[in-house]
Design a protein around this ligand. Sequence first.
Ligand code: SF4
Length: 373
Amino acid sequence: MKNVALYIHIPFCKQKCLYCDFPSYAGMEEHMIHYSTALAKEINSIKDKKIKTIFIGGGTPTYLSLAGWEIIKKSIYTLDTAGDLEFTVEGNPGTFTREKLNLFKKMGVNRLSIGLQAFQDTLLKDLGRIHTIYDFKQSFEMARDLGFHNINIDLMFGLPGQTLAQWKETLENVTALSPEHLSCYSLIIEEGTAFYKRFEQGTLSLPTEEIERNMYHETLEYLREKGYSQYEISNFEKGKRQCRHNLVYWDLEEYIGCGSAAHSYSDGFRYRNEENVENYIEKINTEGSAIVEKKKNSTVADMEEFMFMGLRKTMGISKIEFTKRFKKDIHSVYEVVINKYTSAGFMVENKENIFLTHEGIEVSNVIMAEFLL
Ligand code: SF4
């Protein structure tokens, strides 16, 4: 039986953040129960797989009603899970309650991921976040109180109006709480968002590229000082708390996605579920599946993804794994680009791995683009 990762999507949010292009929606509370019932059906249909990690993301999973969670809990019990299951639930401050956290414990959840983004109420407000710093502190304390010992905090830099000093302040305040894991992403202005409109109109005052580079640099130095080790471009951990679920994506291993807009990668095929919440419910109820696209990944696409996902990790890609998967020596495919970047000091090749250096990580977008065949 195959060991796979399971992603479960909860598409509901209390309010849409101004930068967000995820498949998540505000004002759809009336669909929560029907959605949870359909989702439970989809989860119940997973057969002959051993689940090694579960990640319930969104959206704001902690915004789902308790009644919705009760329905999902039953379906989780039907899964065949590994003994050392990593089980994460994502949530936002202001939506964590004792009841929900206790229910998560009963479900076997052993990791929480909290979306904070910044440690200044003014910046949070400007992002359209629903919570304050006070809400965050309360949620974090509550989670610790109830025995969650593996917590990630999501942060963002390069925000409109954000200064380097504010970013440092965020890092200082967050590390003072000693979470086991931190994700630090730079803000991307995505098409179709409220921020994109303002960006087009020229009314969004973003930090310059140089300031943003300094922010990233500061992140690397400060977190190292505080005992966090970087294991991926944007992810840091201490006490051997790498996120095993995300490593499945970066290692191009198999995963199943349940819920609206969820993706799966299984037996070399990529699947995509219906994104519209009401259509998703309808499809599951009438057809038993919400898959709207299934396509075989070509070997070339697999190689490319293996490289640019793998190079996100600080340990890089395994040359042995490449040969095992593609029955080819990596140099027969990527000789030119490997030589180019190893000789420039952006990449290192040793007996087993190829990985980016610190300098390479800072220009990783450019390097990774060259791995497209
Ligand atoms: S809470 Fe998360 S998913 Fe929901 S709108 Fe904000 S960023 Fe998007």
